[in-house]
Design a protein around this ligand. Structure first.
Ligand code: GUN
Length: 291
């Protein structure tokens, strides 16, 4: 069994971006600038946004963090997005999800200028991705593709089973893995909460992408020998022994599944760092295509 080390792969992407930024600086060109909006006080969301800002610092991008209170109106949030859309110094606008219930995700996503939508959630970018056109690909599935590429995993003709159908991970992941690309070219099955026999599908999988948000859902009896397992889950579980008060659990029961795998992602240190590296790549792309 080998580890798909997301920390290592993400570091090499960030190192490449550092060189690109140094080049932009040397040529007196504009430096990428990401604006990240956080609404409310969800601890996990605050941690993710802080990690995105930190990654910007590390690669030499500019970043602006905008923090709204939980009770902020949708109008106020949409006005801020419109302001960032027209600000020529801003290359990427992201609004961390989930949002409080009184704010519509759809309104928010549709208001972001597709040319600054570095999360790749706007319908224009989703449409481009489905058609295989150059676009912003959502950061988590994009990061997973970069991880497979980094470790030279051959995916052609393999059967990939994606467990979970969210717009953020499962659906775009199924599109990317089935595309005529490398990595890609898989036969893809999507399983979800209404799938009757998830275990039978998973047992047929050469590649499993677990993205359903249920800690340790994928167990050893669901995985065939030699499978490649990608764990997108990252649930905070109370743990008094930890300084933070919680530990992170993936959607895969790592201890039992890992010995059966040819490759597996750890949690943490697998998909998480790759999501952020992919976001950095999208932000860089936005900056250089506009300037
Ligand atoms: N919430 C969970 N994943 C993501 C992501 O990739 N982007 C944003 N904006 N919010 C998220």
């Amino acid at each position: 069994m080998q580890i798909l080390d997301g920390k290592k792969a993400a570091q090499s992407i960030r190192d490449e971006l550092k060189i690109e930024v140094a080049q932009l600086n040397a040529e007196g060109k504009k430096i990428p600038h990401l604006a990240a909006i956080l609404v409310g006080n969800n601890g996990a969301s605050a941690t993710y946004v802080a990690a995105k800002v930190k990654a910007c610092e590390e690669v030499g991008f500019k970043s602006t963090l905008i923090h709204f209170e939980e009770t902020t109106s949708e109008t106020k949030l949409l006005d801020k997005i419109r302001e960032l859309n027209t600000d020529p110094d801003i290359d990427g606008v992201l609004v961390q999800l989930p949002l409080p219930k009184h704010i519509s995700d759809e309104e928010v996503i549709n208001t972001i200028d597709p040319e600054k939508d570095v999360d790749g959630f706007h319908p224009v970018n989703v449409g481009n991705m489905v058609q295989g056109l150059p676009t912003f690909v959502p950061a988590t599935p994009h990061g997973i593709m970069l991880l497979l590429e980094h470790f030279k995993i051959d995916t052609k003709g393999k059967h990939a089973v994606v467990v979970g159908r969210s717009n953020i991970v499962g659906r775009p992941m199924s599109i990317l893995l089935s595309s005529n690309t490398n990595p890609g070219n898989c036969t893809v099955t999507i399983c979800h909460s209404q799938t009757k026999n998830i275990k039978e599908f998973c047992l047929q999988a050469d590649i499993i992408v677990a993205a359903l948000g249920k800690p340790e859902f994928i167990t050893a009896d669901m995985v065939k020998e030699g499978a490649i397992v990608i764990d997108v889950g990252i649930t905070r579980m109370e743990d008094a022994a930890k300084k933070s008060g919680f530990k992170l659990k993936g959607d895969v029961h790592y201890e039992s599944v890992a010995p059966k795998c040819s490759w597996i992602t750890p949690v943490p240190g697998g998909v998480g760092p790759m999501t952020i590296a992919a976001l950095m790549k999208n932000t860089y792309r936005s900056c250089i295509t506009k300037n």
